[in-house]
Write a protein that binds this ligand. Structure first.
Ligand SMILES: [Zn+2]
Length: 486
């Protein structure tokens, strides 16, 4: 699907130099030729739209188990349109193959029980770990010598991924990651067009806590995935305040070398909900720019994200260039008579997006549960009223407002809300009420499956065809058995 066009002429002299989109390469399901083919036409349209909208970078994010670094036809289309391709992602666990625990156990992290463990990251003090990782980096850069930014990220887990050996014990997770990034930057320095190395500030490393200094070719990649999206990062949500302060501190430590990695169109984080986020995006980009950030990327997932966050795409393309057109004006230009409806949808979704992790509401900070639940209830009410008003006014437009998708979204939000309520009851020791709520949530989830199934494959993408039903099964198993299997 081609995202909506930017509805005004693109301003000259973009205020962000790097304007990037990124996506997990595994979401192409590339081992399955049919799935790969299913995305092809849509990917071409997306690349055309990116080029026409002045976006200039693309990153395929690697996860353990990935065997491809890029999707060839799309990579070719990106290169043809002059869009730079970046490589890397959660590559550390792949660069140090897990089976090597047998012959080089010392390369792996020592866990808190004093055992070498093939999970998480390596021991950054191990010369043999470094040798294996640097050889892997060389191979990656030999295959993609043009990559301008190499994303060297650790395992995609919270806590527990770091080394506790006698050398590493005194180092924070931030130090351990930076130490590795510094070695890599030093190692690749002699290459023609040596890339910058991105140190990932994320989960364990989001707030700087460093005792060592960065190599001049190491930059921070600041990815505030645990934030609230109800307001901009520097807005009134106290939960975001330490993140905004952390970013400012990183800018100082790294002499301005900071790339922001954002999630305004992340259908995984937002659990598949209909969530236009213009006001928050506008505030975020203005804040990032005001403190000196000049590089930003945003994560998306195929046609589904384009459906769920439709106006956010052109808004991102426009506001990475200039702040001149404000959200109200942009909504009017994008959807005309639907502008008010979009604004209401945004306000309801914003309340839900105060969760930091809509996929698993039970995994958010329990101290926030009551507040999130109250916001969720308000959002439910607002979404329900909006849906009724749209039906009454017969507002339905396959481009501007899809009632079938809104209905799915309302039901999904209801299911997540019930899950959160069950967690609150269980934490308070009221297990009977928790059980009853989980049963109601399970029934609500069953209804969401039917509504999702009814959406056309062309509009919901592989994400809606494959990933969301898989997520739903994980949640159903959780509601039945009380633990997450995935
Ligand atoms: Zn160690």
């Amino acid at each position: 699907m081609r995202p909506w066009p930017v509805p005004v002429p693109l301003p000259d002299n973009p205020r962000f130099a790097r304007r990037c989109f990124c996506s997990d390469i595994k979401m192409w399901y590339y081992a399955d030729a049919q799935a790969l083919q299913a995305r092809r036409a849509s990917d071409e349209q997306f690349v055309e739209w990116m080029a026409d909208s002045g976006l200039n970078r693309f990153l395929w994010i690697h996860h353990p188990g990935d065997t491809w670094d890029e999707i060839p036809p799309m990579a070719e289309a990106l290169r043809r349109r002059g869009i730079g391709i970046e490589h890397g992602g959660h590559i550390l666990p792949t660069l140090l193959p897990r089976e090597r625990i047998r012959d080089i156990p010392e390369a792996f992290r020592l866990n808190q029980h004093g055992e070498r463990a093939p999970d998480g990251n390596c021991c950054p003090h191990s010369a043999v770990a470094l040798k294996v990782i640097l050889a892997g980096i060389d191979k990656l850069l030999d295959a993609h010598p043009e990559t301008p930014l190499l994303h060297f990220w650790g395992a995609d887990i919270r806590g527990g991924g770091w080394c506790y050996c006698k050398h590493c014990q005194r180092l924070t997770p931030q130090d351990q990651l930076l130490l590795l990034c510094n070695y890599i930057a030093e190692h690749v320095e002699r290459r023609v067009n040596a890339p910058e190395i991105a140190y990932l500030a994320y989960y364990d490393t989001i707030i700087p806590n460093l005792s060592i200094s960065p190599h001049p070719k190491v930059a921070v990649e600041f990815a505030p995935r645990d934030r609230s999206y109800r307001f901009g990062l520097a807005g009134p949500d106290a939960y975001n305040a330490p993140l905004a302060a952390g970013l400012t501190e990183y800018l100082r430590i790294f002499s301005g070398r900071v790339h922001v990695f954002e999630y305004h169109m992340d259908s995984v984080l937002f659990g598949g909900l209909y969530a236009p986020l213009l006001q928050t995006l506008y505030e975020d980009l203005n804040f990032y720019h005001s403190i000196g950030v000049r590089s930003i990327s945003n994560l998306y997932f195929d046609d589904y994200s384009i459906l769920a966050h439709a106006p956010t795409f052109p808004a991102y393309a426009l506001w990475t260039r200039s702040s001149q057109v404000e959200p109200g004006e942009l909504r009017l230009r994008l959807v005309g008579e639907y502008a008010q409806t979009w604004s209401e949808l945004e306000s309801a979704a914003g309340k839900l997006l105060a969760h930091s992790e809509l996929r698993y509401p039970e995994r958010t900070d329990p101290a926030r549960w009551e507040m999130l639940h109250a916001l969720g209830e308000a959002a439910q009410k607002q979404l329900g009223l909006l849906l009724r008003a749209c039906k009454q006014r017969r507002l339905h437009d396959p481009r501007a407002l899809r009632l079938d998708f809104l209905r799915y979204s309302v039901k999904l939000a209801r299911a997540r809300q019930l899950q959160l309520e069950a967690a609150i009851k269980a934490a308070a020791g009221d297990h009977e009420a928790a059980r009853a709520l989980r049963a109601t949530a399970l029934a609500a989830l069953g209804q969401t499956d039917a509504l999702l199934e009814a959406l056309s494959p062309a509009s919901k993408g592989l994400f809606g065809v494959r990933f969301l039903p898989y997520m739903s099964r994980i949640h159903q198993a959780y509601l039945q058995h009380g633990t997450f299997m995935g």
